[in-house]
Design a protein around this ligand. Sequence first.
Ligand code: G
Ligand code: G
Ligand code: MN
Ligand code: NA
Length: 254
Amino acid sequence: VIIRRELQEAIQQQQFEAYYQPIVEAGSGYVCSVETLIRWHHPTKGLLSPAAFMPIAEQTGQIIAIGRWVLERACHDIARLNATRETPLAVAVNISPMQFRRSGFLDEIKAALAKSGLPPGLLELEVTEGTLMSNTAQAVALLNDVRELGISVALDDFGTGFSSLSYLRDLPISKVKLDRLFVSGIAQNVKNAAIVQGVITMAHHLDLAVVAEGIETEEEQLDLQQRQCNLLQGYFFSKPVPFDVLSQLPLLLN
Ligand code: G
Ligand code: G
Ligand code: MN
Ligand code: NA
């Protein structure tokens, strides 16, 4: 088990690294944004994925320091990368429930943008249904503030939580991320296909873009393309990679 003290050292000694997974435009195959996914270079256990430590960090509150670090890192990295690109990349950052609920969160975002020079329009926050569930009135107020800054919000892991369609109707979000649970093996599962098509159609009627996660095969890419899904993400295009690898990736990934 990972303990609080190890996490404290990780925070102090900067043992974390931001990995980035490309997200492509379904129509063109061009990379238009990246999702930031944190990794921990543990001194003895090697490279750890968030599932191994984020739940504990959320319990201890250390998620606040870690989340602030990720936000700053992501804005800094992508602003730097964009200085070398003709078309700028957007960057998505996962926001934990505790981070989202904290009063200083909006100021942290503003600080990360100011420090990095990343335009607000290039930052996207990924929140889950669970994050928005706990206090809807407060969540709506914060989402409105975030949108006012020009930052967009995506509803992550859509369809896996206690999904409420009223979130899609009432919340100022711009994107829905379809969980890979429904995307993988879509051609072999008519129920998955029905759900995916239904969500895409509904989202488009609500003016929301759809990202399909977990695209692992060309078959899945073509299927989601044909269903007019807007954006695609998954190992078929690229795994999450360190910043220096991201910098070397081609812009066209299909
Ligand atoms: O690669 P993957 O194992 O990276 O990520 C596993 C889970 O951890 C995903 O649900 C993802 O949303 C979450 N996650 C990854 N990076 C971060 C982060 O920086 N902050 C938060 N809150 N969650 C993250
Ligand atoms: O919960 P969230 O959607 O933020 O987490 C994304 C998770 O999905 C990360 O753990 C990431 O590494 C993983 N992931 C991204 N693309 C693929 C894929 O094509 N297949 C699988 N199995 N996992 C993926
Ligand atoms: Mn995510
Ligand atoms: Na997801």
